[in-house]
Design a protein around this ligand. Sequence first.
Ligand code: HEM
Length: 130
Amino acid sequence: MSQILEATPFELIGGEARVAELVQRFYDIMDSDPVAAGVRKAHTEDLSSAREKLRLFLTGWMGGPALYVEKYGHPMLRARHLPFRIDERMRDEWLYCMYKAMEQMNLETALREHLEQAFWRTADFMRNAQ
Ligand code: HEM
């Protein structure tokens, strides 16, 4: 855990290419795993824009360059998610994909646990229904 305090998650995960890999895996899981069918349906058929935006966002969110903000301005993440009904089940389907993607990447335990908690808080913040 002390390592987490000395370096950003962005550095610990291994930089931009590894964040890109995480996002690719995340959406590949969402696109194919029946557990995530609900959250997949909330997205458009073509996931390429969602993939690109999440990659840019997470790069900054993890402490790397603020690529999303440079391109699109303040993310206003909660407001942007209001058009979608996000209840606990949707939140958990989203998190299922992210936790599984992290598992596939064999992240060091302290980093994985740190990110799991941070993703949980962010996903729960996006919830706008029971
Ligand atoms: C809690 C469950 C969540 C659901 C159901 C959800 C759903 C969605 C949907 C449907 C879109 C639109 C994608 C498209 O088709 O273009 C979207 C966009 C996005 N989501 Fe989520 N999301 C969730 C959680 C999160 C979390 C936890 C993060 C960040 C850690 C996140 C980051 C983003 C970003 C950056 C975009 C692109 C925003 C834009 O510029 O338009 N989402 N999300």
